[in-house]
Design a binder for this molecule. Sequence first.
Ligand code: FES
Length: 156
Amino acid sequence: MSTVSWKTKELTIGELAERSGVPASALRFYERQGLIRSRRTSGNQRRYHRTTLRVVAFIRASQTVGIPLAVIGEVLAFLPEGATPTPEFWVRASDCWREELNARIERLERMRDLFTECIGCGCLSFEQCGLVNPRDQLGQKGGGPHRLNTGPPTPG
Ligand code: FES
């Protein structure tokens, strides 16, 4: 474990990875997505401000509950330059996402119930199976072979 840079305000990517438990490859990806920032040394090495640890913690907590990175990035964009997510910031973000998470859980519960009906069936019927045709979407389009009409015309 390195001890020198802990006395400074900057971390190498290895230190940030070690400290956060997030692989360096994921940190580089976060950076490419604009979620975290680094400066480059004269040797073109990344240096992260120590507060980046808190941003990474915010990203990981959000990802764990299924928030897409794009949405996380939109929320982080509300932070002023150089600021880190405070406990209040996390509370506000998690409050916003609670409704979305509850809706997602309800959807998954409906899917689980439909899937339960499928277990041991195997019909994969457009008329009978709620997973093949959720909420009878094909029925709402009226009669006819809708699934067969979606592709480009074949040369004849
Ligand atoms: S496979 Fe038969 S109901 Fe889904």
